[in-house]
Every structure is written in C-alpha cells, then in structure tokens.
Design a protein around this ligand. Structure first.
Ligand SMILES: [Zn+2]
Length: 229
C-alpha cells in the first residue's frame, strides 16, 4: 500500500516540475554555464543581452558557431563583439581551429580592452605601453583577441604547461597566409616554442613582459599577413 503522505506529495511534485519546465523553456538555447571559462567569467545565463539578441539574429554565422562551441568561452564584452560582427573572419577561424583541441576563454576583442588601466583604447597603442606606443591597435579594429585561460587553467604561471604550449604549436601549423602575425605570450612560453617573426611571433622583451598572463593573437594587416614561413 502506498504511504498516504507520499501520495499527498505526488501531485504537488508533478505540478511543480511541470511549472518549472514551462518556466525555463524559453531559455533552452542558453548555456547555463561557460565551461571554457572560470566560474564568474562568461556571457552565460545572467547576461540578458545575450538572451535578447539571440532571438533576433541568424544563428548560422561563423561567429555564432564559435559562440555555440562548448570549447570556446567569452566574456560578455567579447561575445558582444562577435555578435556585432566586428571580429575579423580570420581570427574567428583561428579560434575555431584552436578550440577543436583545447578549451579557451577569451577576455576581449575590442570592447573593454585597455592597454593602460583607465585609458580608453583608440586606433593606436598609447604611449607608455612598452615600446609599442603609436603602433596600430589591432584590438580596436577587431583583429586581435586575448586568451587568458586554456583548458580551465590560467595562462599566467602556466606558460610551459603542455596545453598552453600546444596552442602555440597549433597556431604555428596554420598556413602562413591565414596565420596571425601578432602572436605574443609569456616569456617562458615564447622561449620554449622558439618561433620567430617569420612565423608571426613577437619576441620583443618588453612585449613578453606585458603578456605574462595571456596570449595575444592578432592580425597586423587588414588583409594578408607578413608571415614568410
Ligand atoms: Zn591583446
């Protein structure tokens, strides 16, 4: 015989579960987590812009495919740039290539990027950012991104971690005409990989010191690259 208390509970439980299913139904296409990003970083459930925009835009652009890739994570700013169509197609393709093998979390493309704390970014790199002041700011033109986490671990302190090194090797394998030519990472990462300018790496010491905690991947030119290997 069924326990009368249990019988009393069955109907309310069915009701509650049905109501909950209906309540979360509109969010079925929203990822509840950002698996490629650490907890608290990402453009997931609580970012209402993400939900609103989703219903208005076609879901088949390369940027949308990248956003749906569970191996790719992005902050709200970075996801917004992808959805706004300002990210260079070559860069999207490169991120798709890397995220076939590794989970990566991107902090910025254009929106929210700052070379110097409190200094608004513009078309050129501000004076005071190593020796690079005055050069074109590839972030500003949607041609660069900063990766702060690989396979769930921060880039900072993990420059010689096999996964972070493998991201570098995957970049090096991209055909030279499509490979980024502004690849900058932590000093130990750069030294261990041993790639140089001809493959798209920046090895200037001032820049390595400024990239101890992330991988910067960019395209210096609007079309084509200067890679010779
Ligand atoms: Zn950068």
């Amino acid at each position: 015989m069924v326990n009368p208390v249990a019988r009393l509970l069955v109907v309310p439980l069915i009701l509650i579960s049905t109501m909950w299913s209906v309540a979360i139904w509109p969010f079925e296409n929203v990822r509840l987590e950002e698996p490629a990003c650490p907890r608290g970083v990402g453009h997931g459930f609580w970012d209402m812009r993400w939900i609103e925009d989703d219903s208005k835009e076609p879901a088949d652009t390369e940027a949308q495919k990248l956003l749906r890739n569970p191996n790719f994570g992005a902050t709200s700013d970075a996801a917004g740039d992808l959805k706004a169509g300002i990210v260079d197609g070559r860069l999207i393709s490169t991120l798709q290539t890397i995220s076939k093998e590794h989970s990566i979390c991107v902090q910025t493309f254009k929106e929210g990027h700052r070379f110097l704390p409190g200094v608004e970014d513009g078309p050129t790199i501000p004076e005071g950012y190593g020796e690079a002041g005055g050069l074109p700011n590839t972030h500003y033109f949607g041609r660069a991104t900063d990766i702060y986490w690989v396979d769930g671990e921060p880039v900072e302190g993990n420059g010689t971690d096999p996964a972070v090194l493998d991201v570098g090797r995957m970049l090096a394998k991209i055909p030279q005409g499509r490979r980024p030519n502004q690849i900058i990472g932590p000093p130990d990462w750069t030294k261990r990989l041993g790639y140089g300018f001809e493959r798209g790496w920046i090895t200037a010491q001032d820049q390595l010191r400024l990239h101890k905690d992330h991988l910067h991947i960019g395209y210096r030119e609007k079309t084509g690259t200067s890679n010779t290997q």
